[in-house]
Design a protein around this ligand. Structure first.
Ligand SMILES: [Zn+2]
Length: 147
């Protein structure tokens, strides 16, 4: 990965971190971002957390993120930030079958990620409707005044 590619891919991820980090209430967390120029298998990002200290490190594997369109990058960013929020629960799931607890952790993280993305989109639709309603009301009031 060249310096120019690294800069572009880092900026693509950072754009969605800026959009979601504080919105998700992570302003009180210390989250260190690591930007990797290397591949690590099929891993796009990895989150380690010391939840009891509200600290985490997210490693972004930029060569992998470079394959993603913007929507997938946004979903991946929200997914990793949800891992930070849920890390206290995830690290304390006691289970004889580590695979099962990992699957439950990923499944729960995906559900919360989808809920956040849908909620934000629904809020945007509500705002559009409110603006349209307001414009209609103003137009109606102007028509009445004009008559
Ligand atoms: Zn995950």
């Amino acid at each position: 990965m060249t310096d120019a590619e690294y800069k572009v891919e880092k900026a693509r991820v950072q754009k969605y971190l800026d959009k979601w980090f504080k919105t998700m209430g992570l302003g009180w967390f210390k989250v260190n971002m690591e930007w990797s120029r290397e591949h690590e298998g099929e891993t796009a990002a990895r989150t380690y957390s010391s939840w009891q200290y509200k600290q985490a490190t997210i490693t972004w594997f930029l060569p992998h993120m470079a394959k993603y369109d913007d929507e997938t990058i946004e979903t991946t960013v929200v997914h990793e930030l949800v891992h930070v929020l849920l890390s206290g629960i995830a690290q304390n799931m006691v289970d004889d079958d580590e695979t099962l607890s990992n699957q439950i952790n990923e499944y729960t993280t995906e559900l919360v990620t989808s809920a956040l993305l849908w909620t934000r989109e629904a809020g945007r639709d509500d705002q559009r409707k409110a603006v349209a309603d307001l414009k209609r009301s103003v137009a109606k009031a102007r028509n009445k005044t004009a008559k």
